[in-house]
Design a protein around this ligand. Structure first.
Ligand code: GDP
Length: 367
């Protein structure tokens, strides 16, 4: 490009190199009189919004502007990746606005899951990060489960004000927004993208009534997302598309489980007991002796221990160890972006290993 073009729809600088990034248009489209980016094009022609990732900086700048409005903030998270999909710093930047959380991908939880406990867990995690939420709703963008309820909840909580929907990439936000778009006034023209001053971010504006709108904000890329460290093929591989099936392991102390080559679980001390693993069905789990675990990883990461695939194994971050002692309570050890291991409640000393930016956490068992 010699001359810099800007999208007539959302103001983003136009580029022709990367389909996945903001402002993409095919080179041939530059000959048209009005140039609009692919995202605005899809919105205009198919009533469908596409997500493009933004960096933390752009995003934080944008959020700080939301903080100056009086509005309801709807935060979407992936219930399989609370840590990775929760945008940090949100509480500092959203002002005194009310927040509700929508947890997506509920269709992947085993049927026996206690959804109330999932909601309690999300509330607690949010509170620990300094965000007080009005309420939490669980949906499936895939099946449409919970959509009606969320729509009603938004109407109730917004008290006549504007609504901003925020979320990191991959949480399923576009699917939900597309539903709202098609469900709203219905006319294509009613939906516009608007340009937020000081940023290059296009917001999708979905009118709610004559005085207020629901805004879709671009998805933010979050360092705590495991998918960050993986190639596209690997991401596809670990993205669950079916209800997760539990896999039960009876382990003796001094045994290790590898979750592909992505994370590791050592049963250090305790009586023989069962560990129930909830990970995408396609990820293989490998059991080995603790004393052999390091060597196995060195020799077989990217091969037997996959994903990551051979091609990306070199770039996968080192695993960092964290020791966890439990007794009495039935808890889950949550591996962000992957799944969780339910402990039996027997006393046990565990060591978990995961990339430094993707730490394992504890919660009350949800099953
Ligand atoms: P966005 O980046 O937030 O807009 O997320 P997308 O709507 O593009 O979804 C990201 C990925 O998650 C895609 O592979 C979707 O198929 C998948 N996905 C989104 N919502 C759901 C859901 O409710 N259930 C399941 N199983 N997969 C989902």
């Amino acid at each position: 490009l010699t001359e810099q073009f800007y999208c007539q729809g959302c103001g983003v600088p136009i580029q022709t190199e990367d389909k996945e990034q903001a402002g993409f248009v095919p080179a041939s489209a530059l000959e048209h009189e009005t140039v609009i980016c692919q995202r605005c094009f899809r919105l205009k022609n198919y009533n469908e919004v596409q997500d493009v990732p933004y960096t933390d900086d752009d995003f934080l700048q944008m959020i700080s502007q939301i903080g100056e409005t009086n509005s309801l903030i709807v935060k979407m998270i992936d219930i399989f990746d609370f840590n990775g999909s929760f945008i940090r710093g949100l509480h500092r930047l959203t002002g005194n606005n009310r927040v509700i959380i929508i947890g997506n991908k509920v269709d992947l939880l085993p049927k026996s899951t206690n959804l109330n406990r999932v909601i309690q867990w999300i509330k607690k995690e949010a509170a620990d990060l300094g965000v007080t939420v009005q309420d939490v709703y669980l949906i499936s963008a895939k099946t449409g489960q919970g959509f009606d309820q969320v729509k009603q909840a938004i109407d109730f909580h917004r008290q006549g004000q504007d609504v901003y929907v925020v979320g990191s990439t991959n949480v399923g936000k576009s699917t939900f927004i597309n539903y709202l778009i098609n469900d709203s006034v219905g006319t294509k023209d009613a939906i516009t993208t608007s340009y937020f001053p000081g940023t290059t971010l296009g917001f999708i504006d979905i009118p709610l009534d004559q005085h207020s709108s629901l805004y879709d904000t671009p998805g933010v890329v979050n360092r705590g997302q495991l998918t960050h460290y993986l190639a596209k093929e690997d991401v596809k591989y670990i993205t669950p598309n079916k209800e997760i099936k539990p896999r039960v392991y009876q382990l003796n102390s001094q045994q290790t489980l590898y979750i592909g080559g992505l994370a590791r679980f050592d049963f250090i001390k305790g009586e023989r007991q069962s560990f129930t693993c909830y990970f995408p069905n396609k990820i293989e789990l490998h059991r080995t002796k603790l004393e052999k675990a390091d060597q196995l990883y060195q020799d077989h990461l990217g091969g037997l221990l996959t994903p990551p695939s051979q091609a990306t194994a070199d770039q996968y971050p080192n695993l960092v160890e964290q020791t966890i002692k439990v007794s009495g309570d039935r808890i889950d050890l949550v591996f962000p972006g992957l799944g969780w291991i339910a402990l039996s409640g027997e006393p046990a000393t565990i060591a978990v290993h995961s990339p430094a930016d993707v730490p394992v956490s504890k919660r009350k068992a949800i099953i």
